[in-house]
Structures are given as C-alpha cells and as structure tokens.
Design a protein around this ligand. Structure first.
Ligand SMILES: Nc1ncnc2c1ncn2[C@@H]1O[C@H](COP(=O)(O)OP(=O)(O)OP(=O)(O)O)[C@@H](O)[C@H]1O
Ligand SMILES: [Mg+2]
Length: 383
C-alpha cells in the first residue's frame, strides 16, 4: 500500500463533492438515493452483456434467448427514481449516468425515446409488409446500442405507448439491458384511470420486478428556490453580461457537466452546442439565423427547462427571417414554461419595431416581459 489510492468514483462521491463545493445543498433524501445509485454503479462496473447485433437468423436468435453462461437472474436490478418536481431526481440520475463505467450507455428523455421507437416500428412495417413482429429486432438494435438505458421523465400517457411497452421492455430485460428512470409517478399509478389500463398491468408488474423503486421525497423544490432571485435579461451583451450568463447557466444546471448534446427531432439530429442537466445554451445566431423550424424549437422547449441565450441583436426590417424564427422560438418556450436567461442589445419591446411580422412581435415582447416575472419563473416546466 503506497497510500495513493485513486479518489473514489461514482455518483455518491460526485454528489458529495458538489455539496462540498457549495454547488448543492445537503439533502438527506438525495443522499439516500445517491447511496442506492452508488450500489448500482458498483455492480455495473464494466458491465457488458454480449451485444446482440441487429439481424441474425431465427436459430441464432433462439440461441441468444438464454445466455450460455451467467444466470440472467444474477443481473443487477435497475432503479426507478420517483418523487415530486424539483427534488433532484434528474440531477442524481445524470450524476450516475456520467459516472457509470459501462461502455454502451445511453440517456434519453423518455418521450424522445418513444418517438424513436414508433418511427422504427413504422419503418419496419413498411419494409416487412408480411407482418413479422418488429419488437424482437427492435430490441436487438436498442440492446446493441446500450446495456444501460437511462430515461428522464418516464411517463405513459398514450395508449399506443402502453401497448408496446410491456413486450419491448421484456425483450430488453431479456437481453440484459439495465434501466434507470426518473418519474413523478409511482409505477402503481402509471396510466391510472385510462381506458385499457388492465392490459397495461403486466407491464407495471414487470417494472416492479426488474427495477427497485426509490423515492426522493425531500420537502424542498430546488428548482423554485434557484430561480427566485435570478435576473433574466441583460442589456447590453457585453463581457459583464457574458459572465452573468455563465453564472446563470451554472446555477440552472446545478453543477452538471456541460457538453454538446444531440437531440432527435422526428428522427433527424438537432445539435445543442452546450447542454448541462436541465439547461441549454445557444448564441442567438446559432438558433435563429439558421434554417431551424417549429419542430426544433419544440424539441428544445420540451427537453430543457431553461435556455441561456447569448447576444440577441436589435433586428431591422432586413432581419425578418430571424425575427420570425425568434417569435416561434419564444412561443415554444413560453408554452412549455421554459425559463429564459438572455443577453440582448435592447429590452424586449425595442428589439424589432418595424418590418414584416413586427406586429406579431408585440406578443413576443410581452411574453418576454412576462417570462422575467417571478410568477412565471415559479411555474413548473411543461414537457
Ligand atoms: N441539493 C440541491 N441543492 C441545490 N440545488 C439542487 C439540489 N438538488 C437539485 N437541485 C437543482 O434543482 C433543480 C431541479 O432538480 P432536478 O431537475 O434534478 O429535479 P427533478 O426531481 O428531476 O424534477 P422534475 O420531477 O420536475 O423533473 C436543478 O436545477 C437542480 O440542479
Ligand atoms: Mg427531472
């Protein structure tokens, strides 16, 4: 022993470090959750169930049903992290995901994942009009991509999703995929009161069998607390505003690591230059001076709770394309209660005074003002 052991890794030490640095406030309920996540982290070190590439004939698929060695029952259970809004569930899952020592790991917003699932099933049915079942090959593809799947905001609102989930998840668990999810809804309450619920019950039973349910039930909504005293509109966009936006971005992301992130919009990639936890950061030009549309802005607004937007310029009649996109962007943000922190050349109502769509811009300016209010900042994000 030379006393120079590597520093401990995993979500629990990472959580403790954020508390020690002052980025997070200590919270018993979160610590207990971080301990569970740490256990799973330890069990998953180097986890690498045999990848099952897409395709393969019936025989090889039959052979794959049971792994030759390693009892399937010895596989670690995943986790279902549940609690009220703003308790730190996504923050904890993201710490776990960043730290997880698993070569094939993916994190999805659950809604985005399901959109991808429907798109692939649709494509499969077009390519296989004979009616072959798409679920097994789909599970092959997903499992080849990820032995660890993290889902943020797991929820089931849609009968089309409900019908697919039981078979798809059973197929994924068969392939050794470990699932970690955050949700506001306990498994027993999923799809409650909806027509077709009975057919959905086996899925709930499967979730409870394969995932340990973990409650994060602190009494504080940290999101609300964070946003309280946040200034949101900085004029002009100078170096001081840059620094203020840096700080706002760090605050909003709760110390999560910032990195580029790729979203899928209707199966098409949409690159976010900088994302950290629930926050995204863009230059105005990158968001409104490119050929982006309502679908992209909607994806942003549902994925992120907060947007930090650098350098909104004054717009002249020649900039009506930018103005039009900015209108669509702000509508999407406003409708989904996304919190906006921006630096700009002018206050909202002086940004675009004349030109095509200047009248529609009045609504945008008014929304931008409302979005700076404490009342708006306290509203929950709508996904
Ligand atoms: N212990 C803490 N101290 C300070 N800030 C925190 C703490 N825990 C979480 N936060 C911050 O509070 C905000 C909300 O946390 P998070 O998004 O993880 O909540 P959530 O439980 O996933 O909420 P929702 O159910 O709405 O998705 C984030 O900005 C996060 O960084
Ligand atoms: Mg969350």
């Amino acid at each position: 022993m030379d006393g120079s052991a590597a520093p401990p890794t995993g979500p629990l030490p990472a959580y403790r470090a954020l508390i020690a640095s002052g980025a997070l406030t200590a919270d018993d309920s979160q610590r207990a959750a971080a301990e569970h996540l740490q256990d799973l982290f330890a069990k998953l070190r180097g986890y690498n169930p045999p990848p099952r590439p897409n395709g393969g004939n019936v025989i090889s698929r039959l052979l794959r049903l049971r792994p030759a060695e390693g009892a399937p029952d010895a596989r670690p259970n995943g986790l279902y992290v549940v609690g009220e809004v703003g308790r730190g569930k996504s923050m904890l899952m993201d710490l776990f995901f960043q730290q997880a020592d698993v070569a094939r790991k993916r994190r999805f917003h659950f809604h985005e994942f399901m959109q991808g699932v429907h798109a692939r099933i649709h494509a499969w049915k077009q390519a296989n009009p004979d009616g072959t079942d798409p679920i097994q090959p789909l599970a092959d593809t997903i499992a080849a991509d990820a032995a660890l799947l993290c889902f943020d905001e797991f929820q089931v609102n849609d009968i089309a999703d409900a019908m697919i989930l039981a078979r798809l998840f059973a197929a994924l668990f068969d392939r050794g995929v470990v699932v970690v999810a955050t949700s506001n809804t306990r498994p027993d309450q999923l799809f409650a009161g909806r027509p077709g619920r009975d057919a959905f019950l086996p899925f709930i039973a499967l979730l409870k069998q394969k995932l340990d349910v973990l409650q994060v039930e602190g009494d504080r909504d940290y999101r609300r607390q964070r946003l309280h005293d946040l200034a949101t509109w900085y004029v002009p966009p100078d170096a001081a505003a840059d620094r203020a936006l840096d700080r706002a971005f760090a605050t909003l992301s709760g110390g999560a690591q910032a990195a580029p992130r790729r979203l899928l919009v209707m199966g098409r990639p949409f690159d976010v230059p900088l994302a950290a936890g629930p926050g995204a950061r863009f230059d105005f030009a990158a968001l409104c001076a490119r050929a982006l549309g309502a679908g992209d802005y909607l994806a942003l607004a549902t994925h992120f709770e907060a947007l930090v937007l650098d350098a909104v310029p004054r717009l002249s009649p020649d900039n009506f394309d930018e103005a039009r996109r900015f209108i669509v962007l702000i509508d999407a943000l406003y409708e989904h209660r996304v919190k906006l922190v921006a630096s700009a050349e002018a206050p909202p109502d002086a940004l675009y005074r004349s030109g095509d769509g200047a009248q529609a811009f009045e609504r945008t300016a008014s929304r931008l003002l409302e979005m700076q209010s404490r009342e708006y900042l306290e509203l929950p994000h709508l996904t």
